[in-house]
Design a protein around this ligand. Structure first.
Ligand SMILES: C[S@@+](CC[C@H](N)C(=O)[O-])C[C@H]1O[C@@H](n2cnc3c(N)ncnc32)[C@H](O)[C@@H]1O
Length: 387
């Protein structure tokens, strides 16, 4: 049993795309053959299992993390052979009558076995198997560098956030950046982003995480000290009214609730930050204010109003950024199955034609008139005479 487990562990260490379990030990074993095929839908990878009896095929899907466990469960005392294929290796595992395990391995040249879409999925910046200490300590990776099943969503979020940043910073040869993470919370993203800049991109960063929670800030500073991340600091404070006297190149927020995102965007605009990456959440402000006359169909049903209000909040933010010279996009941050808070505002300073800036502001003002609301970011910029 121990021997079998060791052999299976060795197989599943690789990115396995296909497995065939065969050669049953006796005729009473229910299935003649069991196949596992790596599949992907909605950006989530899984194995499809096909279990063959004489007349029928039964299907089951499992999470990629459970491959080893499932193989062991099926093969134990029931089958004598596993064939498995990764993108590089063919495995042939055989169990003798006396229960001895033999694991054969050879280089795989059958490229047709490779599931192309899955490879795309796996092409993450933070790959499984990389020994990223913050990800291990934060419980997202195991000590062996595998994703912890229950943290898969968090892993996807961090990866996607970093991918989007990577896309943007590739455009320039940055040597040094000052970055503010507003509403950093437990700082999963902050630590991993620091690692990404310093260890992967070799860019010197000076990073600050700000949050209202004293215990969280204390903990994060302790961790940063333990890693020797000397340019990563955490401060206790409110985003609203936060002062920083040097230039800030990038502002990020991940799920800074409701108007906390507006204050963060406002600070970034005031600092003339080059880049902003912000995933808002709990956009309640406009929902509470909204009243409509000609478009009352959108406020007639509570659930519709709530969703429309949230989408309008982010459209208004994007337009206001554009009106102040930011090239702005709203991107799907993460598949809705992984998080319902799935819009990311990406904005970078650019030469936006005046006409376009004016139009963006007009659109906001028209929407405000239609729905009788006054968004916080608009108010802040107006008070400051920035719009
Ligand atoms: C949902 S958590 C997200 C934490 C982290 N960014 C993440 O995604 O894991 C929101 C965080 O924003 C912080 N926050 C909310 N309003 C804030 C404000 N006005 N100033 C500073 N932090 C704030 C909260 O204390 C909380 O830790």
């Amino acid at each position: 049993m121990e021997e079998l487990k060791k052999a299976i562990d060795e197989i599943v260490k690789q990115e396995i795309v296909k497995v065939v379990i065969s050669n049953r030990t006796n005729k009473d074993v229910e299935y003649n053959k069991i196949n596992f095929t790596l599949k992907e839908t909605n950006k989530k990878a899984y194995y499809q299992i096909e279990k063959y009896t004489d007349k029928q095929v039964f299907h089951e899907n499992i999470d990629v993390d459970y491959l080893g466990e499932k193989l062991l469960e099926y093969i134990e005392s029931n089958y004598k052979q596993i064939g498995a294929w990764s993108t590089t290796t063919t495995f042939d595992l055989k169990i003798s009558k006396k229960g001895k395990v033999f694991l054969g391995k050879k280089k795989n040249d059958n490229v047709n076995l490779v599931n192309k879409s899955h490879n795309k999925e796996k092409n993450y910046i933070l790959k499984e198997g990389m020994m990223i200490q913050p990800l291990i300590d934060l419980g997202i990776f195991t000590k062996e560098g595998k994703i912890v099943n229950s943290k898969y969503d968090k892993y996807k979020q961090i990866n996607r956030f970093i991918e989007i940043i990577d896309d943007e910073i590739k455009k320039n040869d940055y040597k040094e950046l000052t970055i503010l993470d507003f509403g950093c919370g437990k700082s999963y993203l902050t630590f991993v982003l620091y690692y990404y800049f310093v260890e992967i991109k070799n860019i010197n960063v000076n990073m600050i995480g700000l949050d209202l929670k004293a215990d969280v800030i204390q903990k994060c500073n302790d961790i940063a000290n333990r890693y020797g991340y000397k340019n990563l600091k955490f401060e206790l404070g409110d985003i609203n009214g936060y002062k920083y006297n040097n230039k800030v190149d990038m502002v990020i927020t991940l799920h800074a609730c409701d108007t906390a995102t507006d204050y963060a965007l406002y600070n970034a605009i005031k600092w003339n930050s080059k880049m902003i990456f912000s995933v808002p959440c709990c956009q309640h402000e406009l929902n509470h204010q909204m009243k409509a006359e000609s478009l009352s169909i959108l406020t007639k049903y509570g659930i519709v109003q709530e969703r429309v209000a949230a989408l309008m909040t982010d459209s208004v933010r994007a337009n206001l950024l554009e009106s102040l010279g930011y090239k702005t996009q709203l991107l799907e941050f993460i598949d809705i199955a992984h998080s319902p808070k799935n819009i990311l505002i990406r904005a970078s300073k650019a030469n936006i034609p005046n006409e376009k800036k004016e139009k963006s502001l007009q659109e906001v003002e028209e929407l405000m008139k239609q729905f009788n609301f006054k968004p916080t970011l608009f108010n802040l910029l107006k008070e400051d005479k920035l719009i």
